[in-house]
Structure formats: C-alpha cells, structure tokens
Design a binder for this molecule. Structure first.
Ligand SMILES: CC(C)(COP(=O)(O)OP(=O)(O)OC[C@H]1O[C@@H](n2cnc3c(N)ncnc32)[C@H](O)[C@@H]1OP(=O)(O)O)[C@@H](O)C(=O)NCCC(=O)NCCS
Length: 180
C-alpha cells in the first residue's frame, strides 16, 4: 500500500510507492498514467510519440526505485518516477496529465520528489528533456541543475543537497495508515 506524504506547497495529497510495493501495482499505475498522456506530452516525456501499445510495454518492464504520485480531484494526475542508476545517483522523469499541466502540480511534485530522494540518500538526480521543454527546464534550472545540450536534448544533473536549499526543506514523512 502506498504511503501518504503531507502536502507540499500545494494542498495536494502525495502517494509514495516504494520498494515495499508490489511491482505489478507500480506498473499498473504507470500504465494508466502513460495512457492518459496526449501526443505532445508523450513526445516530451519519451522523446518520441509512442503508441499506446509501446507505452504499455514500457510500463510493464519498468522497475522504478520509487514512484511519487500527486492526487488532484480524487485521482492521480501527476507521476514522478525515479530509477537508481548507480550508487547515490538516480534518474528522474516526471509527467502531468494534459488538462492539469501549467497549474503548479509539476513543480509541487518535482520539489517534493527532490526532498524524498535526498532523504533516501541519493546525491544526484539526472533528467533528460527536449530543448523545447520550457516547463521542465524552468524546474531543473531553478533547482540549480548543471545542464548540457546534445542533439536537441538537455541533460540535467541536480545536486540534491544544493537543490533543497533552493526549493524547501520540510521533513516529509510517510504517514500510515495508507489509503489510495
Ligand atoms: C514538464 C511538466 C512535468 C511540468 O509540470 P506542470 O505542472 O505543467 O508545470 P508547472 O505548472 O508546475 O510549472 C512549472 C514551471 O514551468 C512554467 N511553465 C509551465 N508550463 C509552461 C509552458 N507551457 N511554457 C513555458 N513555461 C511553462 C511555469 O510557469 C513554472 O515556472 P514558474 O514557477 O517559475 O512560473 C509537465 O508540463 C508535463 O508533464 N509535460 C509533459 C511530460 C514532460 O515533458 N516530462 C518531462 C520529461 S522528464
């Protein structure tokens, strides 16, 4: 069962699905979320306008270290995925359902995600996005990311201890009992 985190700056419940979670639950959440993304969001998230079948396959193979979900209007509307790449390092991807973009959900989830990852002992978080992805670039640059561009893609590395100084420094904790 996912844990619930206290609300961040926005009064949105956050659900944390971690290593204690059944991978099939995590994958089914990802499947549903990926399917909700429109063509543009799919391109921005996956660097390619993947078909629903291709997204299903990706979700069914995913093994994230953790999944942080943001609930709005009674359902999960945004997801942050974190994949451990080497000791202390994690690759992060984030996506918000199309009708909910541009309302601050991405920022709330991203900032909470950085806090949770730092608490878990990760030192850096890497993100990759297209150069045209202004919203994501705002988030990572304001978190103090080191960035380099290659073939139209921007590779960002965030030092988590530095980023937390620039976002916020709460003490997130998983509350029980969990609900969904
Ligand atoms: C990128 C994404 C996660 C951002 O989440 P969001 O909820 O839309 O963004 P927010 O409303 O929290 O805004 C974050 C910042 O980007 C800016 N922004 C949001 N949408 C924007 C747009 N269309 N153009 C320019 N800036 C934008 C906001 O002004 C805000 O900056 P500010 O706080 O300094 O004003 C979301 O748009 C998304 O899911 N996109 C498709 C998938 C994707 O691109 N994933 C990233 C690849 S890993």
């Amino acid at each position: 069962m996912p844990g619930i985190l206290p609300p961040a700056r926005r009064p949105c419940p956050l659900l944390l699905l971690g290593e204690s979670e059944d991978l099939t639950v995590i994958r089914s959440h990802l499947r549903g979320h990926y399917r909700s993304l429109g063509a543009r969001s799919r391109r921005l998230r996956f660097m390619s306008e993947l078909s629903t079948e291709a997204l299903d396959r990706l979700a069914d193979r995913a093994e994230p270290e953790l999944l942080l979900e943001l609930v709005e209007d009674g359902s999960v509307r945004a997801v942050l995925e974190a994949y451990a790449t080497s000791p202390g390092h994690v690759e992060v991807a984030i996506s918000v359902e199309d009708p909910y973009q541009g309302q601050g959900l991405g920022r709330a989830l991203f900032e909470e995600g950085l806090v949770v990852l730092a608490e878990r002992g990760f030192k850096t978080a890497d993100l990759v996005c297209l150069r045209e992805n202004t919203a994501l670039l705002r988030l990572v640059s304001q978190a103090g990311a080191r960035m380099r561009t290659e073939d139209g893609e921007v590779y960002s590395e965030i030092e988590l201890h530095r980023a937390l100084d620039q976002v916020r420094t709460p003490e997130p904790q998983v509350l029980t009992p969990a609900v969904q």
